[in-house]
Design a protein around this ligand. Structure first.
Ligand code: T46
Length: 135
């Protein structure tokens, strides 16, 4: 699927435990302008329901697990994030929904830009039109 990629981070393992470093433009293909995290989400809650016009993000479930639906008018897939050694890169113009959060899930998101509500497309019909116009 275009604009979707699993990133396997380098892990420093030693007798004291594990450490994952993430450096701008080294371990992920953009400079991080914003970090946020989502936690304490009830199991029956579904979040997201939008695409971004320009934003690229990497989602990392550093604890617990969560399912991420990524979707375009052409294809869709669900990716289980349950490993802090892996990140899911989601580029522009991908519809996303997050669901089945485990009680202990902590979803960290690294973003390529500051928070801009104008970058969101929250209406799926509108999203489909913009997506198809770009084909
Ligand atoms: C995304 C998925 C994975 C801010 O004030 N600053 C921020 O940087 C963000 C991301 C959100 N907010 C506010 C806006 C809302 O009042 O926090 C509230 C919850 O945000 P939202 O409903 O957009 O959360 P999700 O979980 O639906 O989506 C978020 C990101 O917004 C989105 O970019 O890709 O996580």
């Amino acid at each position: 699927m275009n604009n979707i990629k699993i990133i396997k981070f380098r892990v420093n393992r030693d007798n004291y435990g594990n450490l994952v470093p993430i450096e701008n433009s080294v371990d992920i293909p953009f400079a991080i302008k914003r970090i946020y995290y989502i936690f304490d989400v009830k199991h029956n809650i579904r979040r997201g329901f939008h695409a971004h016009k320009k934003l690229t993000q990497v989602l990392i479930c550093v604890r617990g697990s969560v399912n991420i639906l990524v979707k375009t008018p052409l294809e869709e897939k669900t990716i289980l994030l349950n490993n802090p050694e892996k990140g899911l890169l989601i580029g522009p113009m991908i519809w996303r929904e997050m669901f089945d959060f485990s009680n202990d899930a902590v979803l960290v998101v690294l973003a390529s830009d500051f928070y801009k509500p104008s970058d969101y497309i929250r209406d799926y019909e509108k999203y489909k039109k913009i997506f198809k116009a770009k084909l």
